[in-house]
Design a protein around this ligand. Structure first.
Ligand SMILES: Cc1cc2nc3c(=O)[nH]c(=O)nc-3n(C[C@H](O)[C@H](O)[C@H](O)COP(=O)(O)O)c2cc1C
Length: 312
């Protein structure tokens, strides 16, 4: 997820049992032009495995050049973005706009498959809008072009991130293709993950927004699925605070304290959700500048919530 699943957060999520992780989306064109800031997004040297690099773009040739070049970073595979709805991307023919050109989707997959010798997956939406729900058609074309798996987000581009994801589309794709299908959209915890697997027959579930500030969701899902529907309670405040510190410590180690702490603000805001004093911690998260600021905030977060759990 752009702006969220950088190396530091991927490491935390994999530590809690995510089966694999995917980078933030990377512009194939920027890779072709050798953009230095883009190169930082591709660094997988700190990652647990497997980890995929996700590319977005609109030209098969550019995708192929970029994927070939990015092999130097040692990804376990490439994911092709056919789902991003934001105007800056879709307005330029990339992301979800590719769904309106199914043949080009196939050409992109074929070009990347030809260029690299690692697995290539595709992430797509249900369709462009309710009148053009074509995930089954696009998934079949991608499979024929050599895709190793498809991930279906059951919303149309029109929906952006609103409304419910339509899991029936995921089931239809699963019934139509032979490659693994990853279901995505509205999995917020262990029971939803089990429901999606059950209702769609998909092979894996992908968690997006529910993982923000909540890397424990992967452990909860795995425990539920492998341990007779056991529902793991959320982490206690001590584990929560230690995980936040570890995550933001890694973020600063990889990006430097100034930038790391700027990026930490949103993560700490997400982590604060549901805690006693959340509104105040979110406000303070927005002002974080140093790791010392974070340590003070975490000390207060621990104290407020430790006291809260003793009162219960
Ligand atoms: C802030 C944000 C950034 C995202 N960035 C990406 C991205 O870079 N690549 C991608 O395939 N999907 C991206 N997504 C979409 C999610 O991966 C996911 O498909 C979507 O949120 C639906 O799943 P959910 O209901 O579990 O959140 C992003 C979503 C959000 C909210």
């Amino acid at each position: 997820m752009a702006g969220a699943t950088d190396a530091a957060y991927r490491q935390i999520c994999m530590g809690y049992g995510a089966a694999y992780a995917v980078s933030e989306m990377i512009s194939a064109k920027a890779v072709e032009y050798g953009d230095r800031r883009t190169a930082a997004l591709c660094d997988l040297s700190q990652d647990k495995r497997p980890v995929f690099l996700q590319l977005f773009g609109d030209s098969p040739e550019t995708f192929a050049i970029a994927a070939k070049r990015l092999l130097a970073y040692g990804p376990d595979g490439f994911d092709i973005n056919m789902g991003c709805p934001v105007p800056k991307i879709a307005g330029n023919g990339a992301g979800s706009a590719l769904l309106r050109e199914p043949e080009k989707c196939g050409a992109i997959v074929a070009a990347v498959k030809d260029a690299v010798d690692v697995p290539v997956t595709v992430k797509l939406r249900a369709g462009w809008d309710p009148q053009h729900v074509n995930a089954v058609e696009v998934a079949k074309i991608c499979e024929a072009a050599g895709a190793d798996a498809v991930c279906i987000h059951g919303r149309t581009r029109d929906q952006m991130y609103q409304g419910r994801a339509d899991w029936a589309v995921i089931r239809q794709v699963k019934e139509a293709v032979g490659i693994p299908v990853i279901g995505n959209g509205d999995v917020t915890g262990a029971m939803e993950a089990a429901l999606m697997l059950d209702q769609t027959g998909c092979d894996l579930v992908m968690v997006g927004r529910a993982a923000l500030g909540n890397p424990w969701v992967f452990q909860q899902i795995n425990t539920y699925l492998t341990n007779d529907c056991r529902i793991l309670p959320g982490p206690g405040i001590a584990e929560r605070v230690l995980t936040i510190r570890q995550h933001i410590g890694l973020l600063c180690a990889y990006k430097g304290e100034e930038r790391g702490m700027r990026e930490a603000r949103k993560h700490v805001g997400w982590y604060a959700r549901g805690l006693r004093g959340a509104a105040d911690f979110r406000r303070r998260a927005g002002e974080l500048c140093t790791l010392d600021d974070l340590d003070r905030l975490l000390k207060d977060m621990y104290a407020a919530n430790c006291a809260a759990s003793q009162e219960e």
